[in-house]
Design a protein around this ligand. Structure first.
Ligand code: SF4
Length: 379
């Protein structure tokens, strides 16, 4: 008889303590939703950074201490004096009408900073506001909670939720600059995805009091330094698509039993650490265990997943087209590996019915390349 899904996940993680999600790791789920390896590692609470490092592929993840200090300083400045600078941005830059502002600091409850206490207070205040009780507008550091794969995850947003009309909006305060109204798209996307986790968690909290999802806006407010100064400015960011993708990915983790059933019984990513925490499991054996779970590597994994160097190496060894990115992979539909593409281009491999047209195109491209090389025009 097969073990229950929770037991299987515990076996996958092995003796290591469960790694809990946070907004950053939840946001990363939205990036490569097809990847089974990531889904299984996350659902089992495995320590991806430790696993990748022991398999021989340490990841350079984590913000620099300089970036963290800069981020904290900017956030403190925006929130100083009851969020005075934030209010200026909301009113002047974003032209929002916030006539009276009630401010609630939810960093602790009468000196009690435990997540459970703060979450209960957050739920009481925000649910009350959604139901027409209370007149607060700004909620600083609300403590949200989301159930991920059957386990509660507290999300401590570095944010303010504000209420205007009948809707809550999530504010993300980031220290990367908005220059001439434009910010780095990758950083905006990362910030937006993180805010999506808060939107989903806030909706889940309100749903417990029968408040519908429309009470939380899909549009987030991004507050960041204007140009290269320290003066904050703001922008609205439409997060609908990312909220939908992350919601689907969270539902996928809830259905993890279907994925786990596809894995060999007894498969584990246990590092077999000794009393001092030093991994004892042979690295090769760990890599072989990882190799048994399908991974859909693509180049942007390098920006958001601790397993990226391991997966890139594996994709290269398998001659997978994934290393060349989604666009190339889609162009070469029906062809699984670079070896196969080269074989079809050189005519050493006979195409099957679905590959005939692509094989003609590849042979044509190969001929052109050869002609160019022979004429000496290729650079
Ligand atoms: S790096 Fe590997 S495990 Fe992570 S998302 Fe990409 S393919 Fe999946």
């Amino acid at each position: 008889m097969k073990a229950a899904p929770d037991q299987r996940l515990d076996v996958l993680r092995g003796s290591a303590p469960r790694v809990h999600h946070n907004a950053r790791t939840l946001a990363a789920l939205e990036n490569n939703p097809r990847c089974m390896l990531r889904a299984v590692l996350d659902a089992s609470g495995s320590d991806k950074a430790a696993i990748a490092a022991h398999a021989g592929y340490p990841s350079p993840f984590g913000q620099s201490s300089f970036a963290i200090v800069r981020g904290n300083t900017f956030e403190a400045m925006v929130k100083a004096n009851g969020c005075a600078e934030l209010l200026r941005v909301l009113r002047e830059t974003l032209q929002l009408t916030l006539p009276e502002v009630g401010y609630q600091d939810l960093n602790d409850v009468g000196g009690d900073g435990r997540p459970e206490t703060r979450h209960a207070r957050t739920a009481h205040l925000l649910t009350g506001a959604a139901q027409g009780r209370g007149s607060d507008t700004l909620y600083d550091h609300p403590m949200l909670r989301l159930t991920v794969g059957g386990h509660p995850v507290f999300l401590e947003p570095d944010l303010v939720a504000f209420r205007i009309g009948d809707r809550f909006h999530i504010v993300e305060i980031k220290s990367f600059p908005i220059v001439d109204g434009q910010a780095d798209p990758a950083q905006v996307r990362a910030a937006t995805t993180q805010a999506c986790a808060y939107i989903i968690a806030l909706r889940a909290m309100l749903a417990e009091a029968d408040v519908g999802p429309e009470a939380v806006s899909d549009t987030i407010v991004l507050v960041a330094p204007k140009d290269f100064t320290n003066r904050p400015t703001g922008a609205f960011v439409d997060a609908r698509k990312q909220v939908a993708t992350l919601t689907r990915q969270l539902a996928r983790i809830e259905r993890i039993a279907d994925l786990v059933d596809l894995l060999p019984e007894g498969l584990t990513f246990d590092l077999a650490a000794d009393d001092t925490g030093r991994p004892r499991r042979p690295a090769q054996e760990l890599a072989e265990a990882l190799d048994q779970v399908p991974a859909t590597y693509r180049p942007d994994c390098l920006n958001h997943c601790e397993m990226a160097f391991y997966c890139r190496s594996r994709a290269r060894a398998e001659s997978s087209l994934d290393v060349l990115g989604t666009e190339v992979r889609e162009h070469l539909g029906g062809i699984d590996t670079a070896t196969m593409a080269l074989g079809l281009a050189r005519g050493t491999l006979t195409p099957d019915d679905d590959q005939v047209e692509m094989a003609i195109a590849l042979r044509h491209a190969a001929r052109l390349r050869t002609e160019l090389l022979e004429s000496g025009d290729a650079r």
